[in-house]
Design a binder for this molecule. Structure first.
Ligand code: TYD
Length: 204
């Protein structure tokens, strides 16, 4: 038996954080193994620098490297030690957010022809691929309505549409790794659907 990493992804306003919390609670009750909840950007000083960078509108490439520094520390200091102890780690956002969001910001930087490919290549030698990724499928319009007026840099409709398209492309490339769930349903339905499918996708 080895540790597993499950990641939860979606655009802003897709309800990831609520679903992550509910999933951790359900799995904690169902499984004997310890479940660890984590997130990216992290709550470390590197994660805080990432958030600060977003607020300051830094250069897209600098932004990509800041997110990557936070990702590396997250893996080395938090994820690996738990996986070594055979635990189940559940991360609210992870590398697919990176490919989808920075893929969208870097698309505006013309010197990089295929941003998603570039970003995947950047991380391939040190990232840990998730055993399963749950994608909460919520349309950009519904997600924006959920967020209301409370918007930050990434929370405008045009940008979220690009991010959503990038997620679709990423899922298409690795269909088997993903569990795509209709995130527009009620929370309990979303959680039940995840619980019904999760054991078919992952061998706990
Ligand atoms: P979010 O999950 O909203 O974290 P918090 O609530 O702690 O601020 O993430 C902040 C934003 O960062 C969100 O719009 C998605 C974006 N993001 C990236 O652009 N790249 C990444 O690699 C990750 C993990 C997140």
């Amino acid at each position: 038996m080895k540790g597993k990493i499950i990641t939860i992804e979606g655009i802003d306003g897709s309800g990831k954080s609520t679903i992550t919390e509910a999933l951790v609670e359900k799995l904690n009750r169902k499984l004997e193994r310890k479940i660890i909840k984590t997130k990216e950007p992290t709550d470390s000083w590197l994660g805080n620098s990432v958030r600060k960078g977003l607020r300051k509108n830094i250069d897209p490439l600098a932004e990509a490297f800041l997110f990557t520094a936070d990702h590396i520390e997250h893996i080395e200091k938090e994820i690996k030690p738990h996986l070594d102890k055979k635990r189940i780690v559940i991360s609210d956002r992870y590398s697919d957010s990176f490919y989808a969001y920075q893929g969208a910001t870097l698309a505006q930087n013309r010197s990089i022809k295929n941003p998603i490919k570039y970003l995947k290549n950047l991380r391939k030698d040190f990232t840990i691929k998730p055993d399963l990724t749950i994608f909460l499928d919520v349309s950009p319009r519904t997600a924006m309505e959920r967020l209301g007026e409370d918007k930050i840099k990434f929370e405008n409709l045009e940008f979220q549409k690009k991010v959503y398209e990038n997620f679709e492309r990423i899922i298409e490339e690795e269909r088997d790794r993903f569990l795509v769930v209709d995130g527009e349903k009620a929370k309990d339905d979303v959680i039940n659907q995840i619980m019904d499918s999760i054991e078919l996708k992952i061998n706990f």
